[in-house]
Design a protein around this ligand. Sequence first.
Ligand code: ARG
Length: 472
Amino acid sequence: MGWGQPHVPVQYVSMKSKSTKAWAGRFTAVADPRMEAFTSSLAFDRRLARYDIQGSVAHCKMLVKQKLLSRAEGQKILTGLKNVERELERDRFPFLASDEDIHMAIERRLTQKIGALGGKLHTARSRNDQVLLDVRLFVRDEIAAIGKLLSRLQKRLARVAKRHRAVVLPGYTHLQRAQPVLLAHHLLAYHEMFSRDAERLQQCGERVNVLPLGAGALAGTTLPIDRAYVARLLGFAQVSENSLDTVADRDFVVEFLSSGAILGMHLSRLSEELVLWSSSEFGFIDLPEAFSTGSSMMPQKKNPDVPEIIRGKTGRLYGNLFALLTVLKGLPLTYNRDLQEDKEPLFDTVDTLKGILTVLEPMLGQLRFRTERLTEAALGGFMLATDVADYLVEKKMPFRQAHSIVGAVVQWCVVEGKELHQLTLQDWQQFSPLFEADLLPRLSLEAAVERRQSYGGTAQKNVERQLRSAGV
Ligand code: ARG
């Protein structure tokens, strides 16, 4: 609510006089309302309102410090901005279709409130650097907010992993049972992906945190501004170096969208496993009823709509990245109005990621693993075949030969309808005299997992180390 969130209807009023436009001095004709409707970004960029005020407050303080405004003028403008801010917060701000964008709307309202002095706020500033300031402040905040949600999801994953640290399930390649792994190891794989996502977002945040204001329309300004002071006021770590690059650059948005697309891809892969695992064919998990839906026709259904929608949302996350990359390709320096198209993809990615992270975390918390089904699946599929080959290797047999012998054992088992752990020592010795009694105790899931001690493998001690570094 407030703060110019979308879906608040814009009050469309007809333009009676050309004098309401900031550039009216140059024009003789009145703006066509169809042109206004088409070019306006107000419907979406009003979301930047709080950042526009925040930036204007800092800009005004700098103008006073540099004596471009008197102390009294500065005070009046700051009070006016406070007033406008309150209107925005309470959803009382009178938006006009003729405002074009949030920057013009706020300046227009300020001028209505404090008179012609409002027109001094735009001294040494262009909307071209102003819009970037707003977007950078917005992205900086949203990176922090998404980072928080992501770390909550990671904590949840780690807790679920810890709770199931002794449960074994089949690890898959080609979606065929491959080797047994700990469920905790499997879940912590996603924890790793999300750690990289968090790191990517944080590194993107460093490049976001550069002050663009002061670049002017494109070439800087003739007026004696103090950019470092504005940077200090707004907590920017750096001041941008080249005014042309500054107003034309949207790399930080591309990076954010790209990090969002990669994060979305990870979320989608996790979701796909939840969909698969909740099917009767796998039966590995029970999705919580509170996070499932039924069918309007088939009474027996409990559908995994949440992970399916998460998987589906990957489409828009990729689309947003490509939309902006396409907007930017071929744009000559510097500012071009095409750049206004950066905002909707940005906002959509922010909302999509926050929506996903908000629902996935509690859903994972209520997920029930059907551990008996996991164990049963892990016992089938000859998953200890590699372990038997490794056993022969320990007895100095070349791995290729060992592979071929165990392959023959598996083939025999398929014909006989047996699993490896059901064979007797006599059965084994038909295939090689190297098989001895010490083989049999190795053919348990626990032993197989425990032997994978190589750093990063699925052995318990590695998993415990991962859990510790995940902070659970
Ligand atoms: N609404 C514009 C945008 O989002 C603000 C900058 C407009 N600058 C201009 N020269 N028309 O990019």
